[in-house]
Design a protein around this ligand. Sequence first.
Ligand SMILES: Nc1ncnc2c1ncn2[C@@H]1O[C@H](COP(=O)(O)OP(=O)(O)OP(=O)(O)O)[C@@H](O)[C@H]1O
Ligand SMILES: [Mg+2]
Length: 243
Amino acid sequence: MTTTTEVSDQYLINVKFPTRVQRTERVLEVAEAFGIGLDDKDFVVFEDLNLQIKRGDVVYITGQSGAGKSVLLRELTRQMQERGLKTAVLDETLLEPIPLIDQIGDSTKKGLEYMATTGINDAYLYIRKPGELSDGQRYRFRLSKAIETGADVWVADEFLAVLDRTTAKAIAFAVQKAARRVGATVLVATTHADLRDDLGPDLIVSKRFREKLKVEVIEEAISRLDSSPMTREELNQRILDLS
Ligand SMILES: Nc1ncnc2c1ncn2[C@@H]1O[C@H](COP(=O)(O)OP(=O)(O)OP(=O)(O)O)[C@@H](O)[C@H]1O
Ligand SMILES: [Mg+2]
């Protein structure tokens, strides 16, 4: 008989950094002139933040620069790994300078299947090398590789940050769709707050500065995707058009 151990879905986040000002001559001058203290203090980024992240949830971390998005993403990844979950960092998926079809799946058929899950359906793309793809195509190929690893959690910092926003939205849609198909949990962080409709997150963490933190739990996240301004079919077509 096999037993499955349930991994707890509660995460407690506490992150602070000790700050120690280097006491140079000029620093002391500034401190004196402006009347600021130089005591060592802890810089608290997260204090007792409780998050419930269920298996297969899509988590959208957003907020301004320096607010703590990367810190939160790293901490969640660390805690998930500690619980034995296998994580895949989407942007670190290693791509080799050989044709796509030669570096995915243990057979041609399997490789084609993995690529199809992210909308790479073009024979001319199969035989190209990663360096010959557009940013969006390359991202989708990375995604296919992430699916192949069978990871429980897909992690992406600066998620789609460098892409034009139309492509970013289409790929955000593709990512959540692929993840939901295989039951993977998705953790993404970006300062862009425009991916909500396409990512259909189950949880949104918006962080501004220390005290300003909003956690939204979206019930029925998947069915809400259906009521987004664009139908799934239109979005799918848009993804394919990007090739
Ligand atoms: N190792 C560290 N030591 C001290 N402070 C740190 C350290 N790492 C991060 N911080 C501080 O924690 C805060 C959050 O940093 P974080 O990298 O998570 O920001 P972010 O929201 O990802 O910003 P960005 O959008 O610019 O990537 C920042 O104010 C940063 O200065
Ligand atoms: Mg960051």
